[in-house]
Design a protein around this ligand. Structure first.
Ligand SMILES: C[S@@+](CC[C@H](N)C(=O)[O-])C[C@H]1O[C@@H](n2cnc3c(N)ncnc32)[C@H](O)[C@@H]1O
Length: 257
């Protein structure tokens, strides 16, 4: 049966860390820190990771920053909570969450914005990021694959094995207008159990990197595209929040980076 929607972040949340075990979160955090140092006005202390997933970036960043995470998926947050004792993790939608306070940095990584349905939703999301940032604070967004780089017909296989399970994930790519469609087929084998098969179709919004930067600018940022970004090669869109004031309580000053 083909299921639609981000099954990966619900039923398959237990597989997320295994599937991405080889992802270089430490290297990504080094790049993020450098971009924040280069971009922010003043020091950065408080870091909000939106669509934080199982908390892999926050696990590293918490050593130097006062961190908070937001994610839509209860299941992903359950894994994040197990990993990040005493870290504030809030269930919320990136378009609408309201923490009632401002941060020095807001990140939204590993193409989580690709789950939005339209440029209008992107604009709404970035306006929300602006509300959660002090003037001079930094937003860093990792886009979904740029439409110019999308390869319909591409087939990708990942095999991941650890003590708990072996996962083979085969993905086939299609395109329908400005939507990417990836059909993921998972074969999951755990010791003492029959192997099981699960599949899902993941639909993404294809928007050029430069257009994402433009939408960020319209939300009150000075924005630029940084390439290649992380090893995914998707680039990063980096913005400094402009303007003064803001209706929220200013960022606290706790640990410094
Ligand atoms: C590919 S994972 C990335 C997780 C994490 N940032 C990482 O780098 O490992 C995408 C995450 O986006 C979350 N997500 C999807 N739509 C969301 C939304 N509208 N608001 C908040 N989180 C969302 C999912 O629950 C999932 O945890």
């Amino acid at each position: 049966m083909v299921r639609r929607g981000p099954l990966m972040f619900h039923e398959l949340a237990p597989l997320y860390d295994s599937t991405y075990a080889a992802k270089d979160y430490a290297g990504e955090c080094r790049i993020l820190r450098r971009l924040v140092r280069e971009t922010a006005d003043g020091p950065a202390h408080r870091w909000l990771d939106v669509a934080c997933g199982t908390g892999r970036h926050l696990e590293i960043l918490r050593r130097d920053y006062d961190v908070t995470g937001v994610d839509l998926s209860r299941d992903m947050l359950r894994y994040a909570r197990a990993r990040l004792r005493r870290v504030r993790l809030v269930r919320g939608d990136m378009r609408t969450f309201d923490l009632g306070e401002q941060f020095d940095v807001v990140t939204c990584l590993f193409s989580a914005i690709g789950h939005l349905r339209s440029e209008r939703e992107l604009a709404r999301t970035f306006a929300n990021f602006a509300r959660h940032l002090r003037p001079g604070g930094v937003a860093i967004v990792e886009p979904w694959i740029d439409p110019r780089d999308w390869r319909p017909g591409h087939i990708h296989v990942v095999t991941q094995r650890d003590a708990e399970r072996t996962i083979v994930r085969l993905a086939t790519a299609r395109r329908r207008g400005n939507r990417s469609m990836i059909h993921y087929h998972y074969l999951i084998a755990e010791p003492g159990r029959e192997a099981r098969y699960v599949d899902e179709v993941d639909v993404g919004l294809l928007v050029k990197r430069e257009r994402i930067a433009e939408i960020l600018r319209n939300a009150g940022f000075e924005a630029r595209v940084v390439r290649p970004g992380f090893s995914t090669g998707r680039g990063l869109v980096v913005g400094r929040r402009t303007g003064v004031g803001g209706r929220r309580r200013p960022a606290g000053r706790r640990r410094s980076a």
